[in-house]
Ligand binder design. Structure first.
Ligand code: ZN
Ligand code: ZN
Length: 248
């Protein structure tokens, strides 16, 4: 564990969640996708989601152009330490707007509606039944200072209701971002991997556990790969990842 490591306390997370829940009651639900009143994510926006259709890379979840391929060219060159990864839909239209609004105007009730979209991807990975008894849900953490500035971590807003829906434990404090990283926008996958290498540290309490990492968006999977590497270094038996949206 690096000397810079700051473990955000579980209590602080719960207090932040309680505050977000209280703030949520002050708002009339407004669709995160289209802005119409009445729903957090309306049926019309749900119907407009573009699913990530197979074939996809067995490691990073990237849609594959070549039928019959198992991994994408990037994973063949530098495989990510993920046992599997799925996204609810492509980052497009209403989901793109919803992800943006979740990131900059995080609201717990709205996040719960979006977290529902993550249940099928977890089921596709085979982690929602008996075999998942030992699985633990971890949101990809922000650096503690970044989370303080924003007031919440959008991945935690998604992970908690997802874990609740699947009756799995959610333990955000078992992984920490120990180093702030430069924005990944515009970087190649190799540059992204270098940028986030060693950014995370995970608790030895993950030893022997199956981990499901949760994040809002995956682009190349490099951030999830780095977080997965930290979980494996802490002794996790395998690490899967689900994201709301896939940018490709
Ligand atoms: Zn809508
Ligand atoms: Zn891949």
């Amino acid at each position: 564990m690096g000397s810079e490591t700051v473990w955000p306390g579980g209590l602080a997370h719960r207090a932040a969640d309680a505050l977000a829940a209280w703030l949520d009651t002050l708002f009339v639900p407004q669709c995160l996708g289209c802005g119409r009143s009445g729903h957090h994510f309306c049926d019309r926006c749900r119907a407009a989601l573009r699913p990530v259709l197979p074939p996809w890379c067995s490691s990073c979840g990237q849609p594959l152009a070549l039928p019959g391929a198992i991994t994408c060219p990037a994973c063949r060159r530098a495989p990510l330490p993920l046992a599997g990864m799925r996204s609810a839909a492509l980052l497009h239209g209403p989901l793109r707007r919803a992800v943006h609004r979740l990131k900059y105007r995080g609201r717990q009730g709205a996040a719960r509606a979006l977290a529902d979209l993550l249940v099928p991807p977890v089921r596709e990975l085979g982690l929602s039944d008996g075999g998942a008894r030992r699985a633990i849900v971890l949101p990809v953490p922000l650096h503690p200072q970044r989370e303080r500035e924003r007031g919440y971590n959008q991945a935690t807003l998604l992970a908690r209701p997802l874990a609740g829906a699947l009756a799995l434990p959610c333990e955000p404090h078992l992984i920490c971002r120990q180093r702030e990283t430069a924005p990944q926008v515009g970087l190649s996958r190799r540059e992204r991997l270098d940028n986030v290498r060693g950014a995370f540290v995970a608790s030895p309490r993950l030893a022997g556990r199956v981990v499901v990492l949760v994040d809002d968006v995956a682009t190349t999977g490099s951030t999830l790969g780095s977080a997965a590497g930290a979980c494996l270094a802490a002794g996790a038996s395998s690490v899967y990842a689900v994201t709301l949206a896939r940018e490709s």
